[in-house]
Design a protein around this ligand. Structure first.
Ligand SMILES: Nc1nc2c(ncn2[C@@H]2O[C@H](COP(=O)(O)OP(=O)(O)OP(=O)(O)O)[C@@H](O)[C@H]2O)c(=O)[nH]1
Ligand SMILES: [Mg+2]
Length: 368
């Protein structure tokens, strides 16, 4: 069986990891061997912890995106499974990346030595920012909380899709979903549009049916202004950190994550710094909790409760916010201290990287 490569694209916080987890379970339930590749600009990936905690076989490309570190993608794929490649490879690129058809899919077809079957390339639309960006067709105003350059990336991601997934339909009303559909049809004609909830599984039978189709997919190579792309990405502050929290008395892990996320939300709102995605995973013994913030408007969410009391937890924080990395780092360090003081507990920062993503320089870019 030729392994099937399924890449799930979409902006930061669109629901890629949640979708990948649900798809992985679907294929495993069918008796297929599944491997997942996560990706980030640096180490300490919440996504890797989240998917491994669900029991999946996960390899990560940490340190550069798939496009700029193509050989790391292929070597990570080869290290999945035990001895032979999995039947299904699910890959999640960095949510600020675009041009993935030319820099990942084409090279997999034309440069990579091992045969892979390329599934239709689906890109998830993030409704919270999507509505604000797509409504604003002239791109001259900063209505989404992001600059026109970051919005350019958002649009380009959708442009190269074989099909577009409107996610989070569980919390949208019918009129919003219809409006999103019409906006997408007008701007990106000929893309099949799916409606899903990665949270509830609604729309997933149609998604897996679409992903099972055989044919020439991932063909929409596009023009892209790498200067605008680079500047749009560089407007985001990026922070990954791993922290150990310890206390003399047991504390609620979910409470720590919720409190920390609320504090961060509050501080970023005051600073007018739009959150693209903040994610925090807390791990203790056999349990874990996840908290997310996908836009300043929607507010923080405990997306997975651990219901655990513990005296010690590993906390991994990933933040992508439209602000300077120095500002982001200061906010995270201060609010981490406040959240730990409130328990009370001690914390030790094991690692912390904060930076602006560098200019993307793809290993390959194949336009034909
Ligand atoms: N209500 C609702 N929440 C969702 C849905 N899909 C994802 N989420 C939540 O949205 C947040 C972001 O989801 P992720 O799957 O981590 O998003 P992502 O695209 O992988 O994010 P990055 O890796 O940072 O780019 C999490 O809190 C999820 O629980 C959905 O269909 N409905
Ligand atoms: Mg993710």
């Amino acid at each position: 069986m030729v392994p099937r490569y399924i890449m799930v694209g979409g902006f930061l916080g669109a629901g890629k990891t949640t979708t990948v987890g649900r798809l992985a379970q679907h294929y495993m339930d069918q008796g297929l061997k599944v491997g997942i590749v996560t990706n980030d600009q640096t180490t300490d990936l919440v996504d890797t912890h989240t998917l491994r905690s669900q029991g999946f076989d996960v390899g990560e490309v940490a340190g550069a995106c798939f496009c700029c570190h193509f050989d790391a993608l292929t070597s990570t794929v080869e290290n999945l499974g035990t001895g032979e490649l999995p039947d299904v490879i699910l890959a999640e690129p960095v949510g600020s990346c675009t041009d993935l058809v030319a820099t990942v899919i084409r090279p997999l077809e034309q440069v990579y030595q091992l045969p892979l079957e390329i599934a239709p390339y689906g890109v998830i639309l993030k409704p919270s920012h999507g509505l604000r960006i797509l409504r604003n067709a002239d791109q001259s105003e900063k209505r989404s909380g992001f600059s026109p350059k970051a919005e350019y990336i958002f649009r380009k991601q959708l442009e190269e899709a074989d099909f577009i997934i409107i996610n989070r339909i569980d919390e949208l009303d019918a009129a919003q979903v219809d409006e999103l559909s019409s906006l997408l049809e007008a701007e990106f004609p000929d893309r099949y549009i799916l409606r899903t909830s990665a949270k509830t599984g609604e729309g997933f039978p149609a998604l897996t049916e679409l992903l099972d189709q055989k044919g020439a997919f991932g063909q929409r190579v596009m023009e892209l202004d790498y200067d605008v792309y680079a500047e749009g990405e560089a407007e985001l502050g990026w922070l990954n950190s791993q922290v150990v929290v310890t206390a003399d008395a047991e504390f609620a892990l979910d409470g720590l994550l919720t409190d920390l996320m609320e504090r961060l939300h509050q501080r970023l709102s005051v600073a007018d710094a739009e959150a693209a995605h903040l994610k925090i995973i807390g791990l203790c013994d056999a349990s874990y909790a996840v908290a997310n913030l996908v836009s300043s408007e929607t507010g923080p969410e405990l997306s997975l409760a651990s219901n655990s009391q513990t005296k010690s937890a590993n906390v991994v924080i990933n933040a992508r916010v439209a602000t300077d990395p120095e500002v982001l780092e200061a906010v995270v360090r201060e609010e981490l201290k406040h959240a730990c003081d409130a328990i009370p507990s001690n914390f030790e920062v094991l690692s912390l990287q904060s930076f602006k993503p560098g200019r993307p320089v793809p290993t390959h870019r194949i336009l034909n």
